[in-house]
Design a protein around this ligand. Structure first.
Ligand SMILES: [Zn+2]
Length: 257
């Protein structure tokens, strides 16, 4: 038996009253567990195994699906479940982590980004921008840093270049001589925002304001960057897009009234 600190990434019903609970833990990375009886409302594990919950978990078993028999909540992150938009954004963020890490391959950087992400999505009023920041940061954590200052082919300095081309497969810019064939254009401003993410403190991110065109460009670049790394079609991303576009069209109506 051992204790782990971690976050519930997702759950799935199992048999009549059990749940499969996937955790991302500080000590062991992503882990599959079974929380027996946790679908019964009075069960003591029921509130512990809700997605987004940060807690301490007592696990049993040496490999495969461990038994989750006890635990305690450190942060319930209930706010993320109470707000449909935040819930959809957080679900997508956790799906991104779930799909990009191997089982039992702990990574302190990914764990930090996971905790930071839950806080950011809770506090931020611009969830789109927060997601871009997290997508960018997670790429870096996984060793897929985007190369935005020089050519990925020949290393030529492109900081003075004004017509930038980004290759998703190369994971960065290419110069005119090294075109790879999959490039999309990237504005100088878009590049500057992405580079600033390397140094930007989360508190400053919450205050950052961007035009919607700029945000669309960042979304397009990061979507391409992720799609070239992982084949999964993110269901949670589609759900987030649907929910947030609905919200935007509703706020437009309010504005006209
Ligand atoms: Zn080049």
């Amino acid at each position: 038996m051992f204790w782990c600190q971690g976050v519930v990434l997702k759950t799935k019903p199992m048999k009549e009253a059990d749940r499969i609970v996937v955790l991302y833990t500080k000590e062991k990375g992503k882990l599959g567990t079974v929380a027996k009886g946790s679908r019964r409302p009075q069960n003591r594990l029921a509130s512990l195994v809700q997605p987004f919950t940060k807690g301490k978990f007592l696990l049993n078993g040496s490999s495969g699906l461990r038994d989750l028999s006890q635990g305690m909540i450190i942060e319930s992150n209930q706010e993320l479940r109470d707000d449909l938009l935040k819930m959809a954004a957080a679900n997508y963020f956790l799906e991104l982590i779930d799909s990009s890490v191997e089982t039992e391959d702990p990574d302190p950087k990914v764990y930090q980004t996971l905790l930071l992400g839950l806080k950011l999505l809770n506090l931020s009023s611009d969830l789109d921008l927060a997601l871009r920041y997290l997508e960018y940061r997670l790429l870096g954590d996984l060793g897929w840093n985007l190369q935005l200052e020089s050519c990925t082919g020949c290393g030529k300095d492109l900081m003075k270049e004004s017509a930038l081309r980004f290759s998703p497969v190369q994971g960065g810019l290419t110069c005119a001589n090294c075109r790879f064939g999959d490039e999309v254009s990237l504005s100088v401003k878009g590049r500057a925002v992405l580079i600033s993410f390397d140094r930007l403190k989360p508190k400053a991110l919450i205050r950052l304001k961007l035009e919607s065109e700029d945000k669309k460009e960042l979304e397009m670049i990061l979507r391409h960057a992720w799609d070239s790394r992982i084949e999964t079609k993110f269901k949670a991303y589609q759900f987030w897009k649907e929910v947030s576009s609905l919200e935007n069209s509703n706020s437009g109506k309010d504005f006209r009234v």
